[in-house]
Ligand binder design. Structure first.
Ligand SMILES: Cc1cc2nc3c(=O)[nH]c(=O)nc-3n(C[C@H](O)[C@H](O)[C@H](O)COP(=O)(O)O)c2cc1C
Length: 170
């Protein structure tokens, strides 16, 4: 599969990158085919005619979730997300917050009603992850599956062995 990636990072996103990863801005940008400033609301991905297949917001702040839910299109991320919803294309918001207030929950319902997918990056402990990398990779693989980029090497749940998981006194 030839995959073309377009990257947009908010100002707060750059701060989050600096706090949370040993990855500089230039290194992240080098991973994408095209990079846009978040203020550039005239960029190609701001138009439905450009033909983006899928968009993932990772991680998605409660601010961006709210802006998408309300159709604000106030920067290139929320405008591109708005385009995905209006064109009925795949939009995945990897919302990250806990605990959740009623506004967060209502906005998640709104986005779901409009066809978006709410995908909180919740760790899968059944994989018995040995490292943070294992956790992150598993989440990334699940998201790539969802946007039709199947990950053949991803570990899959194959069901419990016979008898496992039953109550002791059953
Ligand atoms: C290091 C760092 C981590 C953050 N993590 C989160 C988060 O996980 N979820 C969230 O809703 N906000 C988080 N915030 C707050 C958002 O960055 C803030 O609400 C900001 O206005 C979001 O703007 P954006 O949606 O344009 O990226 C974080 C901020 C910083 C500095």
């Amino acid at each position: 599969v030839r995959l073309e990636t377009h990257l947009v990072v908010s100002a707060a996103g750059w701060r989050t990158l600096a706090h949370e990863l040993d990855l500089g801005r230039a290194e992240l940008e080098a991973l994408a085919d095209v990079v846009y400033p978040v203020e550039d609301i005239g960029a190609a991905v701001a138009s439905g005619s450009f033909g983006i297949d899928a968009m993932v917001v990772a991680p998605c702040s409660m601010r961006t979730l709210a802006a998408v839910a309300l159709g604000l299109s106030d920067n290139l991320i929320t405008r591109a997300a708005d385009v995905m919803l209006k064109e009925r294309r795949k939009l995945i918001l990897m919302v990250r917050e806990t605990p959740l207030n009623l506004a967060h929950l209502r906005h998640m319902v709104s986005v779901t009603e409009m066809g978006g997918i709410i995908f909180p990056p919740v760790p899968a402990f059944y994989q018995r992850p040995q490292s943070l990398d294992d956790l992150v990779n598993h989440t990334a693989q699940r998201v790539l599956d969802l946007i039709d980029l199947p990950q053949p090497d991803a570990p899959r749940w194959a069901g419990l062995p016979d008898g496992a998981g039953q109550a002791k006194d059953a």
